[in-house]
Write a protein that binds this ligand. Structure first.
Ligand code: BG6
Length: 484
């Protein structure tokens, strides 16, 4: 891989500490970083290189997947870090950053390949991207790339405005929009699962599939993020990005040639076929909820409205369930159900494919115990795949469901950020959100936002520790299904 400089804006922030430093370190240990590279941490605080390195060390001890058995490796790694203090709104300061980067490139014989990672609040995306261009940081002999994280806007309009501004400094191919769900190993595996298994590939359509269910439930509540979350709600925080990406990844049909553009094209097709809701139909297909008080793991937790920083009359959704229709020849008539929420019974992200059972009506009474075939893709916290079949128990001759299971060993599974950073460093944007996907997702979500704002959809309360409001169960019952 080419030598490069990794310029990290927000070097003293939480994401850097929890995710970015450990991911870089694990890539380093696995020899997946270039021989020659530097990390220039940028932040507002006054820090020395030594102080930054000590913070990086702390983060590795706390969050790294691989244990630090070999201290010399860790020492080698942290020597790659330098710090540059900068107020990101001050255009003048970027000159100093440019000099710093250039001097370092010269000293360490690093080519002018620059990765800019904006691990900062979204209101700074624009000003940083602009100053990268203005200062000359973005004029390189090699490549330049920009990594940003959601939120990409607050609605369709603000997302479009943001994109327009970013595109003044970076080309679309240079922008890597992280959706960390696309970095989860089992999400990346979806493509292989269908591509490498003709059995699944041939079943992946409305002839054989009855419905698809995508769940991302969380135990945590709003935590210390009320300032952001109370304006976003689950619809913006999880549905517009992660959940719709999971819908695209599950339902897309593999292109003849598996390539970045081929996959993007297929994902775009899915979003274009997603049936649009209008304000009046939102309430028929979308359930919104907010957690009340309850008990989780034998511990009492307060309601959302009692959380610090949340208004006592907040109407923000902490739970969404929805029925989606993909109007194309593969999925015509197959409902896709999604649900996500905070303060639910368990932390679980999974995709369940329920297969049709055309023979059901001809079964004798003994066969009534037959359960549907289910393919479950477990994404988080455990990675694995399981297939539910029906079989007679050899000891008592009773028909019962059995599971054919695969579960990955936890320690060997790379973190999402590791996979994503690796891809970005190699210039592979397959598992990043393309602007078209972001824009089409906002378009789909827009009528839901409007309907919520106009109070056209009831806000159901659900007990913390439950699996969401009853209405979310009724949504499937109406179609003769239930959540698995
Ligand atoms: C983030 C959301 O994008 O995803 C959080 O902002 C949420 O609210 C998190 O908790 C869930 O991610 P994961 O990987 O724990 O499922």
């Amino acid at each position: 891989m080419d030598s490069m400089t990794f310029v990290l804006f927000g070097a003293t922030g939480d994401l850097a500490k929890r995710k970015i430093y450990p991911a870089l370190f694990n890539l380093y240990l696995n020899q997946k970083l270039p021989k020659s590279f530097s990390v220039i941490g940028v932040g507002r605080e006054q820090l020395s290189d030594v102080e930054l390195r000590s913070r990086v060390t702390d983060s590795l001890y706390t969050f790294s997947r691989h244990l630090i058995n070999d201290k010399s490796k860790k020492e080698e790694f942290i020597k790659k870090f330098q710090y540059c203090q900068l107020d990101v709104t001050n255009t003048e300061g970027y000159k100093k950053l440019l000099e710093h980067v250039q001097q370092n490139e010269k000293d360490h014989n690093i080519a002018e390949n620059r990765m800019f990672y904006l691990s900062v609040a979204p209101e700074f995306f624009e000003v940083i991207a602009l100053n990268i261009k203005k200062s000359g940081l973005g004029s390189t002999d090699g490549w330049k790339r920009l990594i940003i994280e959601k939120p990409f806007g607050h609605d369709l309009k603000s997302a479009q405005e943001l994109n327009e501004k970013l595109s003044k400094s970076f080309e679309e191919e240079e922008i890597y929009r992280i959706d960390h769900y696309l970095g989860k190993p089992m999400v990346q595996n979806l493509e292989a699962l269908t591509f490498a298994n003709p059995v699944l590939q041939s079943l992946w359509n409305n002839r054989f599939i009855a419905n698809v269910q995508i769940t991302a439930s969380e135990i945590v509540g709003v935590e210390e993020r009320a300032g952001y979350y109370d304006k976003a709600g689950a619809i913006r925080d999880m549905v517009q990005n992660h959940m719709l990406q999971l819908v695209m990844m599950t339902s897309m049909h593999l292109p003849k040639q598996i390539s970045e553009s081929g996959i993007r094209n297929e994902k775009r097709k899915v979003m274009k076929s997603l049936r649009t809701l209008n304000r009046d139909t939102v309430g028929v297909h979308v359930v919104r909820g907010q957690y009340g008080p309850g008990e989780i793991n034998e511990k009492f937790v307060p309601s959302y409205r009692e959380e610090p920083g949340v208004e006592a009359s907040s109407q923000t959704d902490t739970f969404i369930a929805a029925r989606l229709w993909i109007d194309n020849s593969f999925w015509d008539g197959v409902p896709f159900y999604i649900r996500t929420g905070k303060r639910m019974m368990e932390k679980e992200t999974k995709i369940v494919i329920e297969f049709k059972n055309p023979l059901k009506d001809s079964y004798t009474s003994e066969m009534e115990k037959v359960k549907p075939n289910l393919l479950t893709i477990n994404i988080n916290p455990n990675e694995g795949v399981s297939l539910q079949l029906n079989s007679k128990n050899p000891t008592n001759g009773e028909m019962e469901p059995i599971k054919v299971d695969f579960a990955a060993s936890k320690q060997d599974v790379p973190e999402a950020y590791e996979l994503l950073l690796f891809d970005a460093l190699y210039g592979d944007s397959t598992f990043f959100a393309h602007w078209d996907e972001v824009e089409l997702s906002w378009r789909w979500v827009e009528p839901i936002l409007e309907a919520f704002k106009e109070n056209r959809v009831p806000l159901h309360s659900y007990s913390a520790g439950s699996m969401g409001p009853d209405a979310a169960h009724q949504l499937l019952e109406e179609d003769g299904f239930k959540w698995w």
